[in-house]
Design a protein around this ligand. Structure first.
Ligand code: C2O
Ligand code: CU
Ligand code: CU
Length: 510
């Protein structure tokens, strides 16, 4: 047993005995349901210990009535007080900051009127801490996460992951960032602290009383994916911020339920991409536009030193439904505006310009080589399909909590090629952003027809989401390391995930 396995084993024993008394089943009979650790493990000494609650609340987003939502609250119990903060904007989006190698303990309490559990999207993590729906806890219950932060520096995020309720819980306000730092990133001397600005993009629809509107009854919204008619950034409508005359690092996350975004600068400058889902690129790249599928991140470097005080520069977004229809313009009910709409406005503040240089060498990656794949010439193909009200992977939907088919088992320590095939020869033709838990992969091949948004794809670097357009096949290379157990792979259109376009895969001992 490795140390981590042994600790997990001990943790399972400890948690099981605490929980047996008084735990009511939260899943229907016949569904496997794991025990939730309700208490901390005595031998685990965290560097950072946090309390994180999901609870009903309200915030002011639009003029007039406050909007009722579900939100994370929390505090730092041990470690650096900056380990937990809340974004500018509406103030309800949390940011957890950790360093590679740190041990974290997070006490999650579910104060929602339904089951929930938190998943750390992008983290390479022991199964018990991954937030699989099998670990969902009921109202008033607690789940204790204990894990070592084992990712290179990067922009990750977290959101609830209960069975069939992920879309609703994220939509009603539950999503946060999980930023990992490390020495390699420090050495790149990128803008930091207040010059390191996350931008979380989410679209929402409000009714006349400023309350959130989600799915209409029936299947249509679920199949198409839900698109809100206003684009919020960091929870704010009409996000505006004063920027100093210097360089910034913008960490952009598309945390919408189903909308694909194509982003560009209002002044026509190219975007400088320095990182993707799994952290920094080796060197910066430029793009006229950046496409972000759901769950994807883009790390962007921008220098405002050349701007004059009072100038305004905006990030302009074209929004696309997964059907690849342009939905820019929905906000006003008007016809689509060619060229998109500004979603975040930056006004250059007074003060002297400060010079900064973008390093040409940002990082180096763990080597993932196609030659190391055990199935290099016979990738595991996963057919994506939508038909008769079902969203499926290889013709299957999510079944029992621990169900794993024979073709979903992999061996610890191996490298494999998986191919997401959106052949869409029958059923609905839609784009599907495919996500794999517990690892970062490399996109090694993308074939099939492109689209206007293809020019902005960020297939570079390490990724955990790959947007697969209709008719495309995308091959990804990944290595199953360190942890055995059950993890998920799924479409990150949250309505598709909730419809069951999600499956387990299992990493078995070598
Ligand atoms: Cu954002 Cu199952 O993940
Ligand atoms: Cu995930
Ligand atoms: Cu999908």
């Amino acid at each position: 047993m490795t140390t981590i396995d042994r600790r997990r084993f001990l943790q399972t024993l400890a948690a099981g005995s605490v929980l047996l008394a008084g735990h009511k089943p939260v899943f229907p009979a016949g569904v496997a349901h794991a025990m939730a650790p309700a208490e901390a493990t005595p031998g685990f000494n965290p560097d950072v210990e946090l309390e994180l609650n999901a609870a009903p609340g309200e915030i002011r987003v639009l003029p007039g009535n406050a909007t009722r939502l579900w939100r994370f609250t929390g505090r730092v119990l041990r470690g650096d007080p900056r380990s937990l903060s809340f974004l500018d904007g509406s103030g309800h989006i949390p940011v957890i900051r950790a360093r590679r190698g740190q041990k974290l303990r997070i006490h999650f309490t579910n104060q929602l009127p339904e089951d929930s559990i938190v998943h750390w999207h992008g983290l390479h993590i022991v199964q018990r801490a991954d937030g699989h729906p099998m670990y969902a806890v009921g109202t008033g219950k607690k789940y204790v996460y204990e894990f070592v932060v084992d990712n290179r520096a990067g922009t990750h995020w977290f959101h609830p992951h209960p069975h069939e309720r992920t879309g609703l819980q994220v939509y009603f306000g539950l999503a946060g960032l999980f930023l990992v730092g490390d020495d390699e990133e420090d050495a790149a001397r990128l803008p930091r602290d207040e010059l390191d600005l996350p931008l979380v993009i989410q679209d929402r629809t409000f009714n006349a009383a400023n309350q959130l509107v989600y799915l209409a009854p029936g299947m249509m919204d679920r199949m198409m994916g839900f698109q809100g008619d206003r684009v919020l950034v960091n929870g704010a409508a009409g996000y505006t911020r004063a920027m100093e005359r210097t360089a910034y690092r913008l960490r952009v996350l598309n945390a919408s339920n189903s909308t694909l975004y194509s982003l560009r600068w209002s002044n026509g400058r190219p975007l400088t991409l320095i990182g993707t889902d799994g952290g920094l690129l080796e060197r910066p790249l430029t793009r006229a536009s950046l496409t972000l599928g759901i769950g994807e991140r883009a790390d962007v470097w921008v220098d405002f030193a050349g701007g004059q005080p009072g100038d305004e520069v905006a990030i302009v977004a074209d929004s696309w439904s997964p059907m690849l229809e342009n939905i820019t313009g929905l906000q006003t009910g008007a016809a689509p505006v060619p060229g998109g709409r500004p979603i975040a406005r930056f006004r250059i503040a007074n003060g002297a310009a400060r010079k900064s240089t973008l390093p040409q060498r940002l990082s180096s990656f763990p080597a993932l080589r196609i030659g190391d794949a055990v199935n290099r010439d016979r990738p595991r193909t996963i057919q994506l399909s939508m038909q008769r009200g079902q969203a499926m992977l290889n013709g299957r939907t999510f079944g029992r909590m621990d169900e794993v088919a024979d073709d979903e088992k992999v061996k610890l320590g191996t490298t494999e090629v998986w191919e997401f095939a959106n052949d869409a020869s029958f059923g609905m033709r839609m784009a599907h952003p495919m996500h794999v838990h517990n690892l970062q992969f490399r996109v090694v091949e993308r074939s099939g027809p492109g689209h206007a948004i293809s020019a902005g794809f960020t297939d570079e670097g390490l990724k955990d989401v790959a947007l697969v357009l209709p008719g495309q096949r995308v091959r990804v290379l990944m290595k199953f390391e360190d942890y055995t157990g059950i993890y998920l792979y799924h479409c990150h259109i949250l309505e598709h995930e909730d419809l069951g376009m999600m499956r387990n895969y299992r990493v078995d001992p070598a």
